[in-house]
Design a protein around this ligand. Structure first.
Ligand SMILES: [Zn+2]
Length: 405
């Protein structure tokens, strides 16, 4: 039994809560599902039972704070309690595959194939956890919640271990994009807040996209088609012209890694009026500005060429959390040093999307995303190895040691 012997039991208990979030209620009810509140209240009482100062208020975020005995800066850790609704997420019956033999995992109806999941081989002889084939597992992000709870409880019962002041945050509704909408920034003292919401063992993410959306409304002139010459101005044709003017080499289908994109979406309309959205993504802030300028210029050109009025409403959505890390490299350096001492390989990557951490980074709080070890998130084939979770917990503890110096 290692020092995180409670990790498996905690994780399995959390997966039994029905915490699937409901995007259609985002912004109207918080949390969007009752099970999330039940799990949040349980996390609150676990913190209190461990002797950690914890609060849960109208923001529906559980916050815990453990006073420090070393170091001068407060460091935070965050996980979300909701699960995605891409596949059924309630009624999870986790299955534990002890002494996993490396073969395909048969779950009534579906199979997690060893050759499609080469990382499974890393955990041969270990403990793999899955759902029962009818739901997701919910390692995204209950693995993160279990790891954070296990490590902070361990520190609370081992006062001889040096650590700075530590804050933990458990949030609802991350999957709906509204998790940070009423985040209690006023309460927070952390100068950095790691999220434990990553996947594959060894992968750490310090950057995400800069994102904006352009809502395009094209106003044409409808006439009887038979007498359209010189009088009809077709908003549908103008929309097609705008969309074909977007560089196809910079679409989601044609890009990966560090490349950003334009993506047309949600088109609807008629000759008289057609609207659609263009999603703009770029890891560089200047790159996002170029994309916005390109959309404005294309709208202007198409408006002149097709005699239509075009409104382009361009709004920023989130910023690359890497900007905060460039200003304060210590949080990333702490990961490298901690992993180096443990002999764990880590690689730094970029999230081709947004994270709750981006909302912290907007306020200058670096928020690197640490791995939990989970795979195949948001699917019936979701799986995680206990050994990966344990190493994620060891890494979190070692990062805390770096902050204690
Ligand atoms: Zn997540």
């Amino acid at each position: 039994m290692g020092r995180f012997s409670g990790l498996l039991g905690r994780f399995l208990d959390y997966t039994a809560y029905d915490t699937m979030s409901l995007p259609q209620l985002a912004g109207r009810r918080r949390p969007t599902s009752e099970g999330q509140e039940r799990l949040l209240l349980r996390l609150l009482s676990e913190l209190q039972e461990a002797g950690i100062d914890a609060v849960y208020g109208s923001e529906k975020v559980v916050m815990g704070r453990l006073p420090g005995n070393a170091g001068s800066r407060t460091v935070g850790f965050m996980a979300h309690v909701d699960t995605a609704d891409d596949v059924p997420g309630n009624g999870v019956k986790a299955r534990v595959w002890d002494d996993y033999d490396g073969s395909d995992i048969e779950l009534g109806g579906i199979t997690i194939k060893a050759d499609e999941n080469p990382d499974l081989a890393l955990y041969r002889g270990g403990t793999v956890i899955t759902g029962d084939g009818t739901t997701l597992l919910g390692a995204d992000d209950k693995a993160g919640a279990a790891i954070i709870m296990e490590v902070i409880s361990y520190l609370a019962s081992h006062p001889e271990i040096p650590h700075p002041e530590i804050e933990v945050f458990f949030t609802p509704d991350e999957e709906t994009g509204s998790g940070m909408d009423s985040f209690p920034f006023g309460w927070m003292r952390s100068s950095c807040c790691y999220t434990l919401d990553g996947g594959r063992e060894g992968e750490v993410e310090t950057e995400c996209f800069n994102a904006a959306s352009a809502v395009i409304r094209i106003h044409g002139d409808a006439t009887h088609f038979g007498s359209g010459r010189g009088r009809m101005h077709n908003a549908v044709t103008a929309a097609a012209a705008m969309i074909s003017a977007l560089p196809q080499a910079e679409s989601p289908e044609a890009t990966d890694g560090s490349y950003g994109y334009f993506c047309a979406d949600g088109i609807e309309g008629s000759v008289a009026e057609t609207s659609f959205t263009i999603h703009l993504r770029d890891f560089e802030a200047e790159g996002l500005e170029r994309r916005k300028a390109a959309v404005r210029a294309i709208a202007e050109a198409v408006s002149l060429a097709y005699h239509v009025r075009i409104d382009a409403d361009i709004q920023d959505q989130y910023r690359n959390m890497g900007e905060a890390s460039f200003r304060d490299p210590f949080p990333s350096e702490a990961i490298v040093r901690a992993a180096g001492k443990l002999g764990f390989p880590v690689s730094f990557g970029k999230v081709r999307g947004g994270t709750d951490g981006a909302r912290l980074a907007e306020r200058g709080i670096p928020s690197p995303n640490l791995y939990t070890g989970g795979h195949c998130f948001h699917s019936l084939s979701e799986w995680i190895a206990l050994e990966a979770m344990e190493r994620s917990a060891e890494l979190m503890l070692a990062i805390i040691q770096e902050w204690a110096r």
